[in-house]
Design a protein around this ligand. Structure first.
Ligand SMILES: Cc1ncc(COP(=O)(O)O)c(C=O)c1O
Length: 399
């Protein structure tokens, strides 16, 4: 009789031949449990999704209540659904006045697709500029923004008229011109290993966009919903992006994404042609119920206020001779090791000892730490103790 792992490998489509194939039995708080009842610290939050940990009672109740009312009734935009309205109202109430409206979508990649279409439509221009080493998603439009030619070649032809600037290089901003429909950029580049914006850089991008009539689109899919110690990273830089792409933690563990902008800006998707971007499951009622409960909990429990202190605690407790630096934007952190060869040993030893950490897409010297924002001081100490043991082991064995 094949076991679950074998059945998984046989029947479930695989994304690579190096899947972790971790067998999840349950998840609670900051822990994941495998089928042998072994407990692991979840130090990735499913790639910045489970910001309130697992099994938050308020989120579960909101999902159950909505389950009893209704599930899907119609494609996004046709029916008035209470949970969509209430979440959009709550979210926009937390933002500067200019952000009046939330356009619901399903995934982060879809938010990027819709934002690119919106920019072309609104400016009647074609060129889109992204930053090198950014990751904006896996659909063809989002993938076109990736700068790594070698990776992309297998999927050609992708979108034309995409150009790149180097992140944090102000001299490259001259490439943004009156021909540019949009600049799409992350406030902190997540997948290149937490590459934070230099003082004044994002303001300079915004200014150049204003000068050239280019849409300034901020990808807050990974940085949003408190991860950086602010509800959104744009707030700490005092920015006013035209469009903000959101996803990941938005749905409190259920799939949900969207665009935040002014009503006028988003109206470009509804006219000439109407139905400029339609999506069956955008703003699913269950996801919106979970999103509302999640954001309300975050606000009531003042979760975001503790993020910077927790990030400082991690940085303090992760000092070790094989740790070169901890780059961080709140609880989005990259731990860079002194030698590349340590990385896979640290990741696998930490796993064995009960802490789940992960790789980045574009950084082979650093591992990702993006724990639930609700992790306690004591849990941080225990998790870092495991990581210290993994550092010691890798240093002793592979130095
Ligand atoms: C910054 C950023 N943008 C976009 C995406 C794509 O989101 P999704 O995987 O939900 O399509 C990701 C996913 O990791 C991301 O980190």
């Amino acid at each position: 009789m094949p076991n679950l792992r074998q059945l998984y490998l046989q029947y479930v489509g695989q994304t690579s031949d190096f899947s972790l194939a971790f067998e999840v039995a349950k998840a609670s708080g900051v822990y994941l449990y495998d089928t042998n009842r072994k407990k692991y610290f979840d130090l990735n939050s499913g790639i910045s999704v489970s910001s309130l940990g697992h099994g938050n009672p308020q989120i579960k109740k909101a999902i159950h209540d909505q389950l009893d009312r209704h599930l899907h009734t119609m494609v996004y935009g046709e029916h008035v659904q209470q949970t969509q309205v209430k979440f959009a109202e709550l979210l926009t109430s937390q933002l500067p006045e200019h952000y009046e409206s939330l356009y619901y979508l399903l995934t982060g990649s879809e938010a990027i697709e819709a934002a690119m279409k919106l920019a072309k439509k609104r400016t009647n221009r074609r060129q889109i500029i992204a930053a090198k080493h950014a990751y904006h998603g896996s659909t063809q439009g989002a993938e076109s923004l990736r700068s790594d030619e070698a990776y992309k070649q297998a999927f050609y032809p992708l979108l034309p008229a995409i150009d790149w600037i180097s992140f944090n290089e102000e001299k490259d901003l001259a490439l943004i011109t009156e021909e540019t429909a949009a600049v799409i950029i992350e406030p902190t580049q997540a997948e290149s290993g937490v590459n934070c914006a230099k003082e004044g850089y994002l303001k300079a991008v915004q200014l150049r966009c204003e000068e050239t009539g280019t849409l300034f689109i901020l990808d807050e899919i990974q940085t949003g919903f408190g991860r950086t110690g602010h509800l959104f990273a744009f707030q700490k830089y005092g920015l006013k992006p035209d469009v903000i792409c959101i996803g990941k933690a938005m749905g409190g563990g259920l799939p949900l994404a969207g665009l935040i902008a002014s009503k006028d800006c988003l109206s470009s998707l509804m006219k000439e042609p109407a139905l400029g971007h339609i999506t069956t499951f955008g703003g699913h009622p269950l996801s919106c119920a979970a999103a509302h409960a999640s954001l309300q909990f975050m606000l009531d429990a003042k979760v975001i206020e503790s993020v910077i202190d927790k990030s400082d605690a991690f940085a303090e407790l992760l000092r070790h001779e094989i740790v070169k630096e901890v780059r961080r934007d709140g609880l989005l952190m990259a731990v860079e090791l002194t030698k590349r060869k340590y990385l896979k040993h640290v990741v696998s030893k930490a796993h064995e000892l009960g802490a789940i950490i992960d790789y980045f897409l574009f950084n082979d010297r650093s591992f990702r730490l993006a724990p639930p924002l609700v992790i306690s001081e004591d849990e941080i100490k225990k998790a870092c103790h495991i990581l210290q043991q993994a550092f010691d082991y890798s240093f002793r064995k592979y130095n």
